[in-house]
Write a protein that binds this ligand. Sequence first.
Ligand code: 5RP
Length: 263
Amino acid sequence: MDWGLANRLNLIIRPETGRTVMLAVDHGYFQGPTTGLEQPRTMLPPLLPYADTIMLTRGVLRSCVEPSSATPVVLRVSGGTSILRELSHEGVATCMEEALRLNAVAVAHSIFVGAEGERESLLNLGKLVDEGMRWGMPVLAVTAVGREMVRDARYLGLACRIAAELGASVVKTYYCDEFEKVVAGCPVPIVIAGGKKLAEYEAIKVTYNAIRGGAVGVDMGRNIFQSEAPVAMIRAVRAIVHEKKSAGQAFALFEKLKNAAHA
Ligand code: 5RP
């Protein structure tokens, strides 16, 4: 593996633990000012010290994150659709030169297996991997799930495997029953999105179950930045991902940190 690609991957999946806590704040590229993400400039600084990487668009990076930031950037490069239309017709909205210029450690691109835009999203992923390999830039494939799709092991296993076959270095998907089957069928590391906001204990349990099922970490957004105590939440997630804590221990940490923050 090219040194640059390997180095970038090590800045995402930490060598000390083989795991990662990625903070996802790219939601606005298709759904606008998402609750909790209205002002990235103020909500990000308290969270960044606990994130191994931050996943966002070039627009938010340039306008809301200081160039002095030490948090590695995973750049969302697919786009071109919104919640008002069919999401699956995304294209590549940010070029590789921009990703390199912004010192990204990976580029993120969604695929829509089974949806109207399946073919274009998969071909775009392949082209992005071609470009990424040319420049030592890992590609994170995001298995977006179309409205009509069921988030089960069969569907997510299919989508993750296709992404890996097309050359993605890391795949982001969702936790599901029989998640270990999704991991077993995917030859590259998997991270999970948190999905819609859950009660904090539920989101912590999902994190714990995903790690136990073989995920190398999370690329979580709403369950962190929409939490009643976002810093407490990302620290609880880290306790599971990097410190081998149980869901109970991580939730106890969340409660302790939340109460201290509100004291
Ligand atoms: C949005 C995304 C998000 O990065 C992904 O869904 C992770 O965020 P969350 O934990 O809020 O689901 O890809 O298109």
